[in-house]
Design a protein around this ligand. Structure first.
Ligand code: AMP
Length: 280
């Protein structure tokens, strides 16, 4: 496995692979890798000749009071995990390699961001779309792999690829969870012992919501009210719980078809998100 820090080196490495007809699978990450990331790398490994993982904590997608400085980092550990999962090349750029100057333009996401994390993290998805656009231009993979865990991010990227006719396939991979149901996340290390014990209640609440829908409750306001009440037992602070059409993320008072139940919850040092997709 090779590690490169510059765009020029990535291009050279990919150029070599392309010359001998290899296909390229790409997994963009912010590092501090866990089994969620590993599942994406393995899915790519099954389908492609050359597997590229990028590790870059993208400043553009963090708001002024968010956890950019505190975001967990451990490159040596990531290197080991990526290698064992079957990565061929890690692209590990510095901020100045990715942004040598203030971006003279960025992508403004105008669809699907007035709700969920788009509403509580203004500008976040503009930053995500901008960095993913850059990474896709640098790597030019055949297929890029993303987790369903970040469902709104996935929807934004699918829309971006469609809107800009980017020649890449997007592969959506299922959420990998701890045994007790908590979605794996790099931010879980910032939970206290008590918070870690409590946190699986988020997934349980989403599943409870799915059961409500399955048993015939189709009123969005009522479902949100009931789930909000259940979340009151937590020691943190609810950011949002919502019930929307999926993948359009549109609101409907009486739900039908594919529905996403999505939650964001603040603990002291970690904001967690999770979601569950059901058929109403
Ligand atoms: P991140 O490093 O958090 O930016 O995530 C990089 C990629 O891994 C994104 O496509 C995420 O959706 C995906 N990912 C993060 N956590 C999980 C998980 N628990 N299961 C599956 N994919 C995940």
């Amino acid at each position: 496995m090779k590690i490169v820090e510059t765009i020029q080196e990535v291009r050279q490495e990919i150029g070599r692979a392309r010359k001998v007809g290899q296909s390229v699978g790409f997994i963009p990450t912010m590092g501090f890798l866990h089994e969620g990331h590993v599942s994406l790398i393995k899915a790519a490994r099954k389908k492609h000749d050359m597997i590229i993982v990028s590790i870059f904590v993208n400043p553009l997608q963090f708001g002024p009071n968010e956890d950019l400085e505190r975001y967990p980092r451990d490159f040596k550990r990531d290197e080991q995990i990526a290698k064992e999962a079957g990565t061929d090349l890690i692209f590990y750029p510095t901020v100045s390699e990715m942004y040598p100057e203030k971006m003279p333009m960025t992508i403004q996401v105008t669809k699907g961001v007035e709700v969920l994390c788009g509403a509580s993290r203004p500008g976040h998805f503009d930053g995500v779309a901008t960095v993913v656009m850059k990474l896709l231009q640098i790597v030019q993979p055949d297929e890029a792999f993303f987790g369903q865990k970040d469902a709104q991010q996935l929807a934004v990227i699918i829309n971006m690829v469609d809107a800009f006719n980017i020649p890449v396939a997007i592969n959506a991979c299922p959420t990998i969870r701890e045994e007790d149901g908590l979605a794996k996340s790099s931010r879980n290390v910032y939970l206290t012992e008590e918070e870690r014990l409590e946190a699986p209640f988020l997934y349980k609440t989403l599943k409870y919501g799915a059961n409500l829908i399955h048993s015939g409750n189709h009123n969005r306001t009522k479902i949100i009210k009931e789930l909000t009440e259940r979340l009151q037992i937590g020691s943190g602070k609810l950011d949002y719980i919502d019930v929307l059409k999926y993948p359009s993320l549109e609101q409907a008072e009486e739900i039908s078809g594919q529905i996403i139940l999505a939650v964001a919850y603040h603990y002291k040092n970690a904001r967690l998100i999770d979601n569950y997709i059901v058929e109403a």
